[in-house]
Design a protein around this ligand. Structure first.
Ligand code: PLP
Length: 437
């Protein structure tokens, strides 16, 4: 190990479990990125988490920056969330009838968010966005949707569409099994490009129901959009009688209670949530003005339902997590993330590495690039992911767990202490030294 790399951690048990899992599940997993296809080795089977740490089946311990892909803003096994869930469990798991917990979570959200009047709970981010799109279509009586290349909105048919190469492309399906006729209703354009959206509205005049954008795009690197551009999206959608949907499945309650809407101080027409809102349980939500929400069944003609929607255990987890957040977490969380990110930036600058660290709130993304800003998916060099792969392995070997793809962002939680972040910084420094050796 003269090159500074560390010996690999043992993955014996994880590998055995993975081999078994491959007999049961396609690719051995229940969600594709978990399969570690773009990083080294077999996926780690996680046995437990506590605070900012997780332990795998081989007993390896890691400081976790994936945090279940974002929901665990208070870290794993937070006392208040655990207590709230345990208490709710005593009363039964599900009724398929209204419970007071739904009211409580809704109150907590609506009383602390100027951008929403009514909300509907569902069971995942995918469901939230899928329902929001149906609502936008029902409300505007138009069919087409504009989405952005590099924004992920879950796996419903009309959103699993990526961009082709032209300025305005008809959707090209990025998943087999999505009918072309569905994809044709989705227009995909690049982020940060006013001409592209103007052209799209020109070409599909009076046909666009909604423009959907991630509050801050964070599924394909961290593509922070400029204030002026997001304001332009607000303006052009209003002018064209199309709705503006902020998909805040990641940014909701991550950038604060009012998410990206408050970050930009822009009123979207519909907002979708997931992840943090459920405290680690399967919850999603969408909300809007009372007028727009009146189109939802049973008030209106847009049908949307769910056996487990508003599930009491899930509501209890959400209530506990959001209550802790409301009582003041963001300031210290964001400031410790800022210190962490700035230290990384100083290090890579001093070393002259082709690395940039992009960050907002408690989200960060380590990009192997020398561009000062990356605002569009096409600005990411796929070849740079090879470097991420090396870094990922080195980090695991140093007890740091990052998401298994270089396109994924990292999440800091309130459970990460300064000492944990100090240790992580040192591990990143050493790992980058291996990457650039
Ligand atoms: N929208 C965004 C912005 C997301 O990041 C995700 C998931 O990562 C989704 C929607 C889909 O959410 P879920 O995985 O809960 O279905």
């Amino acid at each position: 190990y003269n090159d500074g790399s560390k010996p690999d951690i043992s993955r014996e048990k994880s590998t055995q479990l993975y081999e078994k899992a491959k007999q049961y599940f396609p690719g051995g997993v229940n969600s594709p990125v978990r399969a570690f296809k773009s990083v080294h080795g077999a996926p780690l089977f996680i046995e437990k988490g506590d605070g900012c740490r997780i332990w795998d089946a081989d007993g390896n311990e890691f400081i976790d920056f994936c945090c279940s892909w974002g929901p665990l803003i208070l870290g794993h096994n937070h006392e208040k969330v655990r207590e709230s869930v345990t208490e709710a469990l005593q009363n039964g798991l599900s009724f398929g009838a209204p419970t007071v917990l739904e009211n409580e979570l809704a109150e907590l959200i609506l009383q602390n968010n100027r951008y929403l009047e009514k909300i509907r709970f569902v069971s995942s981010g995918t469901e939230a966005v899928m329902s929001a799109i149906r609502l936008a279509r029902g409300y505007t009586k138009k069919d087409k949707i504009i989405k952005f290349e590099g924004c992920y909105h879950g796996h419903s048919d009309s959103l699993l569409v990526k961009a082709g190469s032209g300025l305005v492309t008809f959707g090209e399906t990025s998943s087999a099994g999505v009918p072309k006729s569905f994809a044709d209703e989705t227009i995909v354009i690049p982020l940060n490009d006013k001409d592209a959206i103007e052209d799209a509205f020109g070409q599909f005049k009076d046909q666009v129901a909604a423009v959907i954008i991630e509050g801050i795009p964070a599924n394909n690197g961290l593509l922070i959009q400029e204030q002026e551009y997001v304001e332009y999206l607000r303006k052009i959608t209003t002018e064209n009688n199309a709705l503006l949907i902020f998909d805040e499945v990641i940014t909701g309650f991550r950038l604060g209670f009012e998410g990206a809407a408050a970050y930009y101080d822009i009123q979207p027409d519909i907002i979708t949530y997931g992840k943090i809102i459920g405290g680690g349980m399967p919850v999603g939500a969408y909300g809007a003005s009372s007028d727009i929400m009146s189109y939802i069944s049973p008030d209106g003609g847009v049908y949307q339902a769910g056996t487990l929607s508003g599930n009491p255990i899930a509501m209890a987890a959400g209530i506990a997590q959001l209550t802790v957040l409301k009582n003041g977490v963001y300031k210290s969380l964001n400031s410790k993330t800022k210190d962490f990110v700035e230290a990384l930036r100083r290090f890579v600058a001093a070393k002259n590495y082709k690395v940039k660290i992009f960050s907002v709130g408690s989200i960060f993304w380590i990009a192997f690039t020398d561009q000062e800003q990356i605002r569009a998916a096409s600005d990411i060099d796929p070849a740079s992911m090879e470097k991420y792969k090396v870094m990922h392995r080195e980090l695991l070997n140093r007890g740091i767990y990052f998401g298994p793809s270089g396109y994924e962002v990292g999440f800091v939680s309130s459970a990460h202490t300064k000492t944990d972040l100090e240790k992580t910084k040192r591990a990143i420094f050493e790992s980058l030294e291996v990457v650039f050796r």
